[in-house]
Design a protein around this ligand. Structure first.
Ligand code: NAD
Length: 481
């Protein structure tokens, strides 16, 4: 299908309109944000079947998979956000030290402004809308740029948006590199990008021109370290399930249990490759590997079908091990021991997620203590993604920042420090002004600074606190109002 691209001549006006809306405080009231979140929920709910159809056309993604991996979470996140919004948006009053006792200090949660959210194709609903929910909640105006590769989903979203959501605040820009490049010339207040590290660098460079903060949700390899003490059938099943709609993994027995002997025509549960470019890339990888294809390896370019493929004895420097595969190919690298596995993981980019499989707490702790990654799931894959209070994101080459639940709200909010000081206190604070004296330094030290505590004794702290209070009372009495 051909995606209708947004005319790039319209982009300056779209950006300008959304900025104007933001400055007019249109998106500021919580009642407005909640209403838009409810409308967004309705948009998904009332068009669920159309979304399933689009995902199927784009990726051959089954309803079950589309519900569990995309629509279910997006709806749940919307509901959770609506019910928590009031408390998330409330100011935080902070504790102050003695010297600030009469000041009021709080943190206002303010929307950062106009934000750009750029999505990718493998979860075209989830990865575009999960951050969007946070941006609505925070009170931002938003431009969303869905991936042009999942064109059916992008087209559907573009049609539905103006029917449910306020076009003065939320707009879709359709298109690919040309449109994104044109968009990136504008100044945004935050850019949230999901996709490859290669494009992530382009996004970050463009953002740097305006000193715009970014969240980058990137990729790379997410290794599973399988210790020899595990339950192999369960591990195989969990690894395989986790990658079934993008890459695919492990064990012929499990593959056949999932898809039968012929995943191409014997089942409708098996996804296809997004387009011919990615198909050719994957086929080239398998042509170049020095590993041994021990299962699968069947291709049908017209159907964009690649069978679940397991490649064993893959050398550490193999072509298959260079970049994220993003297809149904499982390379297996055999190592002598745990430390060699850890060393191999550490010699590469920090992964988005790490999956240690082991029954031994000691082994798992050893892996956690000696590796780094965005997240970790022990004895399973991907599932941390489904817990809203766990941060989802990478580290360094696998990403910058994290989101889900309250973190999405925080991502698009600015924590503005607010301190209110009564004029009446001028005499109390005069010790900070010249002429500088030793006495004033002592007063300031008592009011604002503490000494390293040698004891954790609460009673002792109480006595010191009382002494400081007495001293302050004395100082205040000495002052002539
Ligand atoms: P993609 O081709 O869909 O690109 C992502 C977005 O970047 C698209 O909207 C696209 O239009 C835009 N884009 C592409 N090239 C561009 C350019 N030169 N300039 C400006 N914009 C450009 O997807 P992709 O890059 O192939 O994404 C796949 C990657 O996404 C994989 O590496 C995968 O690991 C990563 N990913 C990460 C997560 C996560 O949550 N961290 C989830 C899914 C996928």
């Amino acid at each position: 299908m051909t995606l209708i691209h947004t005319n790039i001549d319209e982009l300056p006006q779209i950006v300008q309109e959304l900025r104007k809306s933001f400055r007019s405080n249109l998106t500021e009231p919580l009642s407005y944000r909640k209403k838009q979140l409810r409308n967004f929920y309705r948009m998904i709910d009332e068009n669920e079947q159309a979304i399933y159809d689009a995902l199927y056309k784009d990726l051959h993604k089954q309803k079950h998979e589309a519900f569990v991996g995309e629509i279910g979470w997006v709806k749940q996140e919307t509901l959770d956000t609506i019910s928590n919004l009031k408390s998330w948006a409330e100011p935080d009053y902070v504790k102050v030290n003695v010297g600030h006792m009469l000041n009021k200090c709080h943190v206002r949660k303010e929307p950062v402004g106009i934000v750009l959210i750029i999505g990718t194709w493998n979860y075209p609903i989830n990865l575009l809308f999960m951050p969007f929910i946070g941006a609505i909640a925070a009170g931002c105006t938003v431009i969303l740029k869905p991936s042009e590769l999942s064109a059916h989903t992008a087209t559907l979203i573009s049609e539905l948006f103006p029917k449910y959501l306020d076009p003065n605040a939320y707009r879709i820009v359709s298109g690919g590199v040309v449109e994104t490049t044109a968009l990136l010339k504008h100044r945004f207040d935050h850019i949230f990008y999901t996709g490859s590290g290669k494009v992530g660098k382009i996004i970050m460079s463009a953002a740097a021109e305006h000193l715009t903060p970014v969240t980058l949700e990137l990729g790379g390899k997410s290794p599973a370290i399988i210790s020899n003490d595990v339950d192999i059938p369960i591990s195989a099943k969990r690894i395989l399930w986790a990658v079934q709609d993008a890459f695919i993994k492990e064990a012929p027995k499990v593959i056949e249990q999932f898809y039968g002997p012929d995943p191409q025509s014997g089942t409708s549960d098996y996804s296809r490759i997004i387009n011919k470019n990615h198909f050719d890339r994957l086929q080239n990888l398998l042509n170049q590997t020095k590993g041994k294809i021990v299962y699968g390896g069947n291709f049908d370019r017209d159907d964009l079908y690649i069978s679940p493929t397991i490649v064993a004895d893959v050398p550490k420097d193999d072509k298959l091990m260079e970049d994220e595969i993003f297809g149904p190919i499982l390379p297996i690298v055999v190592v002598e021991n745990l430390d060699e596995a850890i060393e191999y993981v550490n010699s590469r980019d920090i992964p988005l997620a790490l999956y240690p499989f082991s029954k031994s707490d000691k082994t798992v702790k050893h892996i956690l203590d000696n590796t780094r990654s965005g997240g970790v799931v022990i004895n399973d894959c991907l599932m941390h993604f489904t817990v809203k209070d766990l941060p989802f994101g990478g580290q360094g080459p696998s990403g910058i920042g994290s989101y889900h639940g309250k973190r999405s709200f925080n991502t698009f909010s600015h924590e503005r420090a607010v301190m209110t000081t009564p004029f009446a206190l001028e005499k109390l604070v005069k010790s900070r002004y010249p002429p500088y004296t030793e006495f004033n330094v002592k007063i300031l030290s008592l009011l604002f600074f503490s000494k390293p505590s040698k004891t954790r004794n609460v009673a002792f702290k109480g006595v010191v606190g009382a002494a400081i209070l007495l001293l302050i009372t004395y100082v205040i009495k000495k002052m002539k109002y």
